[in-house]
Design a binder for this molecule. Structure first.
Ligand code: IVH
Length: 671
């Protein structure tokens, strides 16, 4: 393509990509598939590589890659980034209002209510509509240039529809779900988890390598605009928010125009009620006077504007005592300190323990045994010690030192290079074996209800179970001999174990506790290999050909399946009849390479839209499955097309799984 044509096409591509980004990341209403989007992006990258001189500051390629830097540049803010005055009760809010009323001529004050997002303030600088750079708040006057990391936030527009020069401010955050996923990922990689979404966002914004930041689910809401040039200044804050929305920024959907103090108060109450349901954390509601004239009239102190106030919600925090500090040996040998707390009710549950993550955190927070501490739930889920109430110390508190040997098997602990955690490297360490049992039975694993930490320990100590393979040969008589184990509980456990044998393959893979293989990787592996024996036998190249499986996961899988101990466990599981296939009916313990639909029987009823019966049959048979004419107990699936006949009724009576044509297509395509 000639340069002129390339320039035109690039301009078109930039506009299209920006529009699709906006639809996807701001409006949550994509119009094209991910693949079609990728194709546009590829085309742009290719053209830009041919004509590097045509790369512009608003090109979406600016979001790709980026080189790690060794430090952040200091940036002076256009106007100081102020903080907000906080109030903690309705009475204080009323006092704030009364004080304010004296200084404003207006009768009824019009406000804008906004949720107070618990993230980090950022400033975004646009020149003639093009995003130039972004910075953290820093000390309010100088912040750090974090442009590369902000570029990973897809809802941040690179070019505005108006060529304005302005500074826009907002809050960067990570959603609760993003936080939990990020931590899951980190745990699978044995990296220390983030304590809460805010820390995760802060850590990500200050990452030196933007490719790492790109994997963090950062998001942004904007809430203020300082116009510099080329702008028609809005008269109210509400108009400002509307304008920011029109510029295609993400503005929080809960912002509300409020008339008079009572409505403002009511907004704070409503937000407090909504707090738990929001997909991100908020720590209060912000009230801002709507009229910009009035804002100017009131002005600011050196710390905060007089025209705004943050109504802080009472944090779900509680005070309790650290009764002891234990060390926990995880299933991979990582040793973590855990605080044993005097039981305390917090956000709906009794908290007795809080992980201290690692020795560094213990030191940093200066936690001693006997300390009174303030606790909360990070991401509303994980109990965490916020701080020690040092003023409550009596002098009888005892410092805690990390052990030098494993509390379970007494072998020396090691700190591997590049890791924060101390580790017990003994594969036969009882604590690790017990944790592996617990993991196997956990919700992400085989979901064996009733098999928790306490029982796993009992089973191991009583010599009934040495590895997860032994779980399936437990007998009622043995179980009944255990302390606190009644006949009924023993029966329930055995029944749950029995049920778990039929779990889908991905649950079994996740349950094995292979390093770096969490729920997602397990699903991808199960979908790809269809049976466990095939996964076990996979070469490194085959493993690497699976979507999202990189060298680290591949090596970990090979190491795991190469161990003799793993072989022994898998044999036990196969003998017990645990399902080894992605589709029910696939032979348990199948050893030789079979076909993906081996042993699966389908019955068709009604007319298929896309296939003739004959075609469908051919597809199934090519993959090793069978098509039967009538429904029986041994039928795995009844595929119901248009106008299904009596076979459908029969399937319902027998409890055979009924699927649609597209479910079937999906199954057939997966295998
Ligand atoms: S307005 C001059 N609005 O809270 C007014 N701040 O405690 C500056 N924040 O630094 C801020 N949500 O990081 C404003 N809707 C919102 C906010 C918000 C969160 C943060 C912001 C600010 C801090 C002040």
């Amino acid at each position: 393509m000639e340069k002129k044509a390339a320039a035109e096409r690039l301009q078109e591509l930039r506009a299209q990509i920006a529009q699709h980004n906006y639809r996807y990341h701001v409006l949550d209403a994509p119009q094209i598939s991910d693949a079609a989007f990728d194709a546009l992006m590829q085309e742009l990258l290719q053209l830009e590589s041919l004509y590097p001189e045509l790369v512009t500051l608003d090109s979406p390629s600016r979001r790709v890659g980026g080189t790690p830097s060794s430090a952040f540049q200091q940036v002076r803010h256009f106007l100081p980034m102020l903080s907000l005055e906080n109030v903690f009760s309705e009475k204080d809010l009323r006092d704030f209002y009364l004080r304010l009323q004296k200084n404003i001529a207006a009768g009824q004050i019009s406000w804008v209510g906004e949720p107070k997002i618990d993230g980090l303030a950022v400033s975004l600088y646009y020149e003639e509509g093009i995003f130039q750079r972004g910075a953290t708040r820093g000390n309010g006057y100088y912040g750090e240039d974090i442009t590369h990391n902000l570029l990973t936030i897809r809802s941040l527009p690179l070019r505005l529809k108006d060529a304005i020069t302005a500074e826009i401010r907002g809050e960067v955050f990570i959603s609760r779900e993003g936080f939990l996923k990020l931590n899951e990922c980190r745990e699978a990689q044995e990296l220390p988890p983030f304590a809460n979404p805010r820390n995760a966002a802060a850590g990500s914004l200050r990452q030196l390598d933007p490719t790492v930041t790109a994997e963090r689910p950062l998001d942004l809401f904007v809430f203020s605009l300082n116009g510099i040039r080329g702008i028609k200044f809005p008269a109210t804050h509400w108009e400002t928010l509307q304008y920011l929305g029109a510029l295609q920024f993400r503005v929080n959907p809960h912002v509300t125009l409020l008339n008079g103090f009572e409505e403002a108060l009511d907004f704070c109450r409503r937000m407090n009620g909504l707090r738990k349901e929001l997909p991100y954390e908020i720590d209060g509601a912000v009230l801002k006077i709507n009229s910009l004239d009035e804002q100017e009239q009131l002005g600011s102190t050196s710390r905060a504007p007089r025209w705004a106030v943050a109504f802080k919600f009472s944090a779900e925090e509680a005070v309790t005592r650290v009764e002891d500090i234990d060390v926990n040996v995880g299933r991979t040998g990582a040793v973590t300190p855990v605080a044993k707390l005097a039981p305390v009710l917090l956000a709906g549950s009794v908290v007795k323990r809080a992980s201290l993550h690692n020795e560094d955190i213990l030191k940093q927070k200066e936690i001693m045994i006997g300390d009174e501490v303030l606790v909360h739930k990070a991401g509303d889920v994980i109990p965490e010690i916020i701080e020690v109430l040092k003023e409550k110390r009596t002098g009888r508190e005892k410092p805690f030192l990390m052990p030098v040997s494993c509390p379970s098997c007494q072998r020396d602990l090691k700190r591997l290079p590049g890791e924060v955690a101390l580790r017990c490297l003994n594969p036969a360490c009882p604590a690790q074996l017990i944790e592996r049992l617990v993991h196997f039975a956990s919700r992400n694993g085989m979901e064996i209800m009733g098999l928790g930490e306490a029982l796993a320990e009992q089973l191991y100590t009583a010599g009934l179970v040495e590895d997860v393979g032994d779980l399936y040969s437990l007998h009622k008589e043995d179980l009944c001999k255990l302390e606190r184990m009644g006949k009924k509980s023993a029966e329930n456990l055995l029944e749950n174990l029995q049920k778990s044998k039929g779990n889908p393959l991905h649950k079994l893979i996740a349950a094995l506790g292979i390093r770096f293989v969490g729920d997602r990787a397990a699903r991808l592996l199960a979908a790809h290999f269809q049976t466990l024996p095939r996964l076990v036998a996979a070469t490194k190249e085959e493993l690497l050909s699976v979507t999202e499986v990189g060298p680290k996961i591949a090596a970990s899988l090979q190491e795991f399946f190469g161990q003799e101990e793993t072989q022994r466990v898998l044999e036990k599981l196969a003998r017990a009849g645990v399902n080894f296939a992605a589709l029910p009916g696939g032979a348990a313990g199948e050893v030789e390479k079979g076909l993906p639909l081996q042993g699966v029987t389908f019955v068709f009823t009604g007319t298929l839209a896309q296939y003739t019966r004959r075609e469908a049959k051919e597809i199934i048979e090519a993959k090793g499955g069978k098509v039967a004419g009538s429904v029986s107990k041994s039928t795995d699936y009844v595929v119901a097309g248009e106008n299904p006949g009596s076979k459908l009724q029969k399937a319902r009576e027998l409890g055979v799984k009924i699927i649609t044509e597209s479910d079937w297509e999906h199954l057939a395509a997966l295998s």
